[in-house]
Design a protein around this ligand. Sequence first.
Ligand code: S3P
Length: 180
Amino acid sequence: MKNIVLTGFMGTGKTEVSKILAERFKKQRLCLDDMIEWKVGKPIPEIFEQDGEAYFRKLESEMVATASKDKDVIIDAGGGAIINEINFKRLKEHGIIFCLTASVNTILKRTKHYTHRPLLNAVDPNKRISELLEQRQKFYQKADYTIDTTYLTPEEVADKIIKQMESLEKEQKTTQALFT
Ligand code: S3P
């Protein structure tokens, strides 16, 4: 099976959904943010604060390069990973990319009680989310599939991904049978 790559804005459910998928498919889950934190030995807000966003993005690209070489894994890519063209290409090479979305209000509701996302620690988080979403839309649109999670539970999102993967696998088997 190809890698399942989850991307999309902060608060759209990537972490929870990727954990459910790893459990259901009995596959390894690679979380780029965790890999970055393990590598440098400090949490993401500290990396942003002490070393800056550019350094974080450099680490993120290194982790994409490592994780995308793996096969048959579930990759939880941070919400900013695929805005870099090279990262996108690498993740796509062995993976099917699912972009999770949600309404601005939902993102706000899901993220407002947490402080571990430096990009959202703004005076007006609502405005910040809308601006970032607008900037990123053209990158998120390049994903293979988009799932709006606004009214779905993480289990329901995972079910949709599983169904999609199963139908892709079926298609692949039919094509193989036709050409052998
Ligand atoms: C970021 C998303 C975060 C984390 C970092 C930057 C982004 O991950 O990588 O704070 O640029 O969207 P989650 O999307 O898992 O919250």
